[in-house]
Design a protein around this ligand. Structure first.
Ligand code: NAD
Length: 383
């Protein structure tokens, strides 16, 4: 069994490691020797850590012996039964790579993209057999994060969906099926609403950065506050993914604070400042956020648009309630799924909060989904 991983950066090296651990002979492809060498080093380091924690079933050397690097894309693809594409998030580049993959990989190879925002169907158009193109959206770092969103394109066949699910399980992951390739899939849509609304509450003077983050961490038990997370992952990363989603029809007024930080290059800990300031660029430390700061924040307003988005995903048949909750728990580390949080707060309060946000911002996206309205009217729950 041979796997080709295209792009040896943040995601690619992690996916290559998972594939090698699962028994594949992996060829890691990149345009840069430096990236390939760095990827091999990072994989060896990560395997070392896993070994120390007793998490490896075989020796590091035997796993590493299944990994090779190759700068020629044609050679990397030859004889591969599966390709994982993890090149930068640029449509033209992905189209070019999939065109080559469609021609050079074996006819029946599964061709998976790790894109965060580009619809799978758009990429599949350049492949002669588009039924084998699928999204396998791993989360960072792939070695540790349990979720993989399996994203079905318009033409992806059931057989290839099953193959992607099986591969994810072989990698020790929890696959969640995304039935339609809507921009941002499940997790990034929910997250976009949460981050943008957190930001709106601050720009409209209803809360502060610290109070929002405190409420999310200490009252809802999220692993990080919204602004903390943006600083940690990179304000540019979210800004660009959300822009790409918007270009494809996701309705969202980009909150101005995000735009300003992005424009000024204050991107989070990697640049030394973002929403918080850091002692030195590239040195992460946890911002100090007081436990009490978030006591007055209206939790319903904070999460209502994310809950509403989850309800939209269900009504549109993109996913089922249990899977939306599973994806938000595993992909974002929330202690409860986003719909469970909505149920706990009460859907009536969620709906009222959306109206309040609409009044405050005049943003069109703050509109209760028709299914939310039905749930509130009938007093039922989504389960
Ligand atoms: P990255 O910039 O860290 O790595 C991309 C790699 O691709 C680089 O090593 C680059 O040299 C290489 N590359 C560029 N052109 C290439 C080509 N023509 N052929 C082969 N390799 C090429 O990017 P990343 O963060 O690993 O993201 C990769 C993909 O995964 C993107 O689509 C991104 O949206 C998605 N993704 C990223 C994250 C994340 O948190 N970083 C999470 C989920 C999904």
């Amino acid at each position: 069994m041979k796997a080709a991983v295209i792009g040896a950066g943040t995601m690619g090296h992690g996916i290559a490691q998972l594939a090698a651990m699962a028994g594949y002979n992996v060829t890691l492809n990149d345009v840069s020797d430096d990236m390939l060498n760095a990827a091999i080093e990072k994989i060896r380091w990560s395997l070392g850590k896993m070994n120390e924690g007793g998490k490896l079933k075989e020796s590091i050397d035997s796993i590493m012996s299944r990994l090779s690097t190759e700068k020629s894309l044609d050679d990397a693809l030859s004889a591969a039964s599966v390709m994982f594409e993890a090149a930068p998030e640029m449509l033209d580049l992905k189209l070019k790579l999939f065109k080559i993959a469609g021609a050079m990989a074996p006819d029946d190879a599964l061709l998976a993209t790790n894109t965060s925002s580009i619809p799978v169907s758009e990429i599949a158009k350049v492949v002669p057999k588009p039924e084998r193109v699928i999204g396998m959206h791993f989360f960072n770092p792939p070695q540790l994060m349990p979720l993989v969103e399996i994203v079905r394109g318009q033409k992806t066949s059931d057989g290839y969906v099953k193959a992607a699910v099986d591969i994810s399980k072989k990698f020790g992951k929890e696959p969640v099926l995304v039935n339609r390739d809507v921009p941002g899939f499940i997790v990034n849509r929910v997250l976009a609403r949460l981050l943008n609304t957190s930001c709106a509450l601050v720009t409209f003077g209803v809360a502060t950065i610290e109070s929002v983050d405190s409420a999310l961490k200490y009252r809802l038990g999220f692993p990080m506050g919204a602004f903390e997370l943006a600083d940690y992952s990179g304000i540019d990363v979210f800004y660009l993914v959300f822009q790409a989603m918007k270009e494809r029809g996701f309705v969202m007024h980009q909150c101005s604070l995000f735009e300003e930080k992005y424009g000024r290059g204050e991107l989070g800990f990697k640049t030394g400042s973002g929403f918080y300031t850091y002692p030195a660029a590239g040195k992460y430390y946890r911002a100090s956020i007081s436990r009490d700061a978030g006591a007055q924040v209206d939790l319903a307003m904070l999460v209502a648009p994310a809950v509403n988005e989850a309800i939209w995903l269900v009504r549109e048949g993109v996913s089922e309630p249990q899977n939306v909750d599973k994806a938000t728990k595993l992909g974002l580390g929330y202690p409860q799924g986003i719909l469970e949080i909505g149920n706990e707060i009460g859907m009536q309060r969620i709906m009222r909060a959306i109206y309040k946000l609409r009044e405050m911002t005049s943003w069109d996206e703050y509109e209760p989904d028709t299914l939310l309205q039905e749930i509130v009217l009938s007093g039922t729950k989504l389960t």
